[in-house]
Design a protein around this ligand. Structure first.
Ligand SMILES: [Zn+2]
Length: 118
């Protein structure tokens, strides 16, 4: 699912995309300048490798996601500490964002049930 950034105004646009057992659901809203705010919830289950034994297991995901999408290059103002993703085709590619957020979560330390109880 791709949304053209130019279509996003002050009225939030809802979206919902799914990948296997993960749902990425939230809205996009115009903020200021070239910035679009994305606020969403990532929930469901994903296969993840245990950081201790290397076994794959199902990880329960329930994360609040909030960042800005910038239409083009983000001129970072040193006074602002924002979480910004740059878009170079003036669209918000929600499937791609879902995957990158999921990869971020998976790269954290997670241990499977067996390793937790030891
Ligand atoms: Zn383990």
């Amino acid at each position: 699912m791709k949304i053209k950034l130019i279509k996003i105004g002050k009225t939030p646009i809802d979206f919902e995309v799914k990948s296997d057992e993960i749902t990425f659901k939230g809205y996009l809203e115009y903020d200021s300048g070239k910035l679009i705010l994305l606020r969403a919830n990532l929930s469901g289950f994903t296969l993840c490798e245990c950081s201790r034994c290397g076994e794959e297991f199902k990880l329960k995901v329930d994360e609040k996601i909030e960042f800005f999408i910038c239409d083009g290059v983000f001129d970072s103002d040193a006074s602002m500490d924002l979480d910004v993703v740059e878009s170079f085709d003036s669209t918000a590619d929600l499937d791609e964002l879902l995957i990158s957020e999921l990869e971020l979560i998976k790269s954290d330390y997670h241990s499977c049930e067996n390793c937790k109880t030891e």
